[in-house]
Write a protein that binds this ligand. Sequence first.
Ligand SMILES: Nc1nc2c(c(=O)[nH]1)N[C@H]1C(S)=C(S)[C@@H](COP(=O)(O)O)O[C@H]1N2
Ligand SMILES: [Mo]
Length: 255
Amino acid sequence: MNSAASRRRFLLRSAPALVGMLLGGCDRLSNSPWFARILAVAESLNAAVKKGTSTRLSMAQEFPESELSPSFRSNGTSRPSSAEYESLAANGFADYRLDVGGLVAKPLSLSLDDIRALPSRTQVTRHDCVEGWSAIGKWKGARLSALLKEAQPSASARYVVFRCADSLEEGGDPYYESIDMDDAYHEQTLLAYELNDAALPIGNGAPLRLRVERQLGYKMAKYVMRIELVDKLDGIGNGQGGYWEDQGYQWYAGI
Ligand SMILES: Nc1nc2c(c(=O)[nH]1)N[C@H]1C(S)=C(S)[C@@H](COP(=O)(O)O)O[C@H]1N2
Ligand SMILES: [Mo]
């Protein structure tokens, strides 16, 4: 066997061990030229592993029900003031439709029953508001990943934008928020329709609010009316990706 072929066989047999050494960093081995070549591959693998563990895969802490807060306060808007929202609420949200559009193959218009029929998840998590309060609540909702599977985002989609029914100032711009695709497909990212085993109260965002558990409270858009897949955030609000972001808050509000 010539030396190139035997080297290849060696590489194939010992690939897992080599990757292990490379991930741990091994300067002596990386001095040899053929090794330097696969080092580049291993480095990109390492980056993928790191991204996976720190973004897509890591889970926000979940709590036992014994730790539920006695009440979950309402913050920001406690009831949208538009006539359109009032008429939806008056009818128990029977006429509510969630529109899903933008960069998708299949735009959707979903009733609450449609949303309740999607694969769901229940989780007890802690909500942290920048204003200095926290509360532990039990959320049930449709997995955003399941909704996206239906809508089929195009390859160019980079963000999911949530458009809300309320504005914080009279006649002001409506509340909105945005997350990236990693958070959109995260297991704990939900469109919640229940809080603490009851229909989501109006004060907490009825009929549907976002839960994106690894971020701060202001990311958790309440009163979600429309979801839009986009490739950039410019041109939406002041272009910073959310109502509070437009006033200078961080877009990635990790906790
Ligand atoms: N549509 C909308 N979503 C919103 C807000 C709001 O005012 N309007 N306030 C945000 C902030 S700052 C927090 S802390 C939480 C409050 O959620 P809660 O009312 O269920 O406590 O919702 C967030 N989402
Ligand atoms: Mo908040």
